[in-house]
Design a protein around this ligand. Sequence first.
Ligand code: ADP
Length: 160
Amino acid sequence: MSQTAIYPGSFDPVTYGHLDLMKRATRIFSKVIVAVANNSHKKPLFSIAERLEMVKKATRGLKNIQVEAFDGLIVDYAQRKKINVLIRGLRMISDFEYELQMALTNRRLNENIETVFLMPSEGYSFLSSTLLKEAAALGANLSSLVPNFVEKKLKERLRK
Ligand code: ADP
């Protein structure tokens, strides 16, 4: 049985919603590996090195969190590490369909691995990296949504 869980995602960039989920996960699991996807088909705004660095910096004060990059299928990565729990976040009903599809596909690929869903604090249930990038491009104040250094990086990258 796994005492460690993997929290995979693009983290483009990491937000307080992700961090809220990480803190909740460490209340259940003795260790959480945040796995930053390198093979994102989503054309990320930030490179894998930048996303990794931002997650590392944002989690510096948190205990029992390890941050790594991964390539390829998340179930293969989990199998290699002998970890059988994946964590994903559910914000709104709208997340449910995609997340259920992904969880069941991952189960078909490797039935030993379970996906556990956690809900963020309701204050972050509307927060997505996609909307964040749109707001950043328009110059919004993001201080309640992401750490200051992430806001700075977003604005450097997006503001014309
Ligand atoms: P992906 O591209 O793999 O969906 P994301 O970085 O967008 O990666 O999200 C990783 C996981 O974190 C997903 O399960 C997503 O639902 C969850 N998540 C993203 N934003 C939040 C948030 N504000 N609160 C809780 N969970 C979130």
